[in-house]
Design a protein around this ligand. Structure first.
Ligand code: TYD
Ligand code: MG
Length: 455
């Protein structure tokens, strides 16, 4: 690429030449000419070129800002995930598999926000108004003051929103929107990006909060919600197993609150019901302790949640034994199997390993390592852990156990649900009490010896 022509500017009078000189021809000043580097290089029209912009006024960090005013809709599980309520002019993306219950959740949210006084517009690009009204009836929300329209044309939608001036606009779904200035089919990456860009900048300009629904897609020709994640302030995913009635709303990004917060719902015949005590729900199906089942005391966002890990270990008929995981990270499982093998001498070669988190929950914390190891060992040895026991702790590659954060909260939640013993790493801030007996371990080999008698 041809190098852009050099530019020399007199720092006194601003005269521009294409050659350096000791004295400025314009004002006669000596030693005032300096070479100025262009802002960008590249073909004209494709780069910023040489022309300079306006210098921005810079401020410092100490200026006081009031926290954004929020509106809570009184669906606590939703408010908490949003960081305490909906922020005006924010853009929220709600992603999830088709059929998981996004439209149900957002219709309920629309009604709830309308009932606390917000002006709410719900635009459906997928269902006819009659269908949405039928759903509202089924949910008992037909009297909520929500304005409804069925449309996919972005220009018409923006015009409508501009004139209606709602506080909250819900767009279901972003994949059905169609911007007439973009030359590709609805659902394509460029259409989805363009529509999301227009809607989020509308939110900022007009002070209207926008919620975009995005389907998680498996095929490549339909853009998924990931392509707009960077444009919005808050990204929530609605997840759950189809066969289970539990649904988890998880914040993966939040410019106005903590990420990794979860809200738990149950899909019922009358819509989504809040689950305010998720631990009790996730452990509801648990009977007497069985081999391979271990209760983990985890932290989701700001809340402790107890979940059950289930493992099955069986001789493999295949030359490559199976490693199958639901609700936990597959490579983390491989790591724990490797540590068990090389630090504790417990081989899993020739054995199929299945690991599952009960209730359709997904756990991402390394603090669950010890619970996973305990479930694997318990399944392999066909020996159940002592009853009323919870387990948590991180395992390092050396086989040492590392203490994890929020130990007190984890123990308190376990005690609340009737657990009396906790197996935890040594060195944490944990203190046992009358209600909770602590068994502290410093390494995995010690844990194996103590709990399963030398492995
Ligand atoms: P929906 O909200 O349409 O999913 P999405 O918008 O994510 O595609 O929910 C669809 C499922 O929810 C459907 O299988 C029926 C079920 N459902 C209930 O079980 N109870 C209800 O009250 C409602 C409205 C839906
Ligand atoms: Mg839907």
């Amino acid at each position: 690429m041809a190098k852009a022509a050099a530019r020399f500017v007199c720092q006194k009078c601003g005269a521009v030449t294409n050659k350096w000189a000791g004295r400025c021809d314009g004002c006669g000043e000596w030693n005032s000419i300096v070479e100025e580097t262009p802002l960008a290089q590249g073909p004209a029209g494709k780069s910023l070129g040489q022309s300079r912009g306006r210098k921005l006024p810079l401020t410092d960090l100490s200026t006081k800002e009031a926290p954004p005013p929020r509106t809570a809709c009184k669906i606590d599980e939703l408010d908490r995930v949003l960081g305490g309520g909906l922020v005006p002019s924010s853009a929220v993306l709600v992603g999830g598999d088709p059929g998981i219950g996004k439209s149900t959740l957002l219709l309920q949210a629309a009604a709830a926000f309308a009932r606390v006084g917000l002006k709410v517009v719900y635009i459906s690009g997928e269902e006819a108004s009659a269908q949405v009204r039928l759903r509202a009836q089924r949910l008992g929300l037909q009297d909520a003051p929500v304005k409804l329209a069925t449309e996919t044309n972005l220009r018409d939608i923006l015009t409508t929103l501009d004139e209606e001036k709602p506080d909250l606009a819900i767009i279901d779904s972003i994949q059905t929107m169609w911007a007439d200035n973009v030359d590709s089919t609805p659902g394509s990456v460029s259409q989805v990006r363009a529509a999301a860009h227009e809607l989020t900048s509308f939110a900022k300009r007009r002070g209207c909060a926008v919620v975009l629904v995005g389907h998680v897609t498996k095929e490549g020709n339909l853009a998924g919600p990931r392509v707009v994640e960077h444009m919005v302030d808050t990204v929530l995913y609605f997840e759950g197993e189809r066969g289970h009635q539990f649904r988890i709303l998880r914040s993966v990004k939040n410019r106005f609150g903590p990420a990794d917060e979860i809200g738990v719902f149950e899909m019922t015949g009358g819509g989504l019901a809040e689950v305010s005590n998720p631990s009790a729900l996730f452990l509801a199906e648990r009977g007497t302790p069985a081999p391979g089942s271990v209760v983990f005391s985890g932290i989701e966002g700001t809340r402790p949640v107890l979940v059950e890990f289930q493992a099955l270990v069986a001789p493999s008929p295949h030359s490559q034994p199976r490693r199958s995981v639901v609700g936990w990270d597959g490579s983390r499982l491989a790591m724990i199997l490797a540590v068990l093998e090389s630090r504790c001498g417990i081989p899993f070669a020739g054995l199929d390993v299945y690991l599952n988190v009960a209730g359709g929950m997904r756990v991402a914390e390394p603090a669950a390592d010890l619970a996973v190891a305990a479930a694997l060992l318990s399944a392999r040895e066909d020996a159940a852990l002592p009853p009323e026991t919870v387990v948590f702790g991180e395992i390092s590659l050396s086989g040492a156990l590392r203490p994890v954060g929020q130990t007190e909260n984890r123990l308190k939640e376990a005690a609340k649900l009737g657990f009396s013993t906790a197996i935890v790493p040594r060195g944490g801030k944990a203190r046992g009490g009358k209600a909770m007996k602590l068994t502290q371990m410093s390494d995995l080999a010690g844990f194996v010896g103590e709990v399963f008698g030398a492995g």
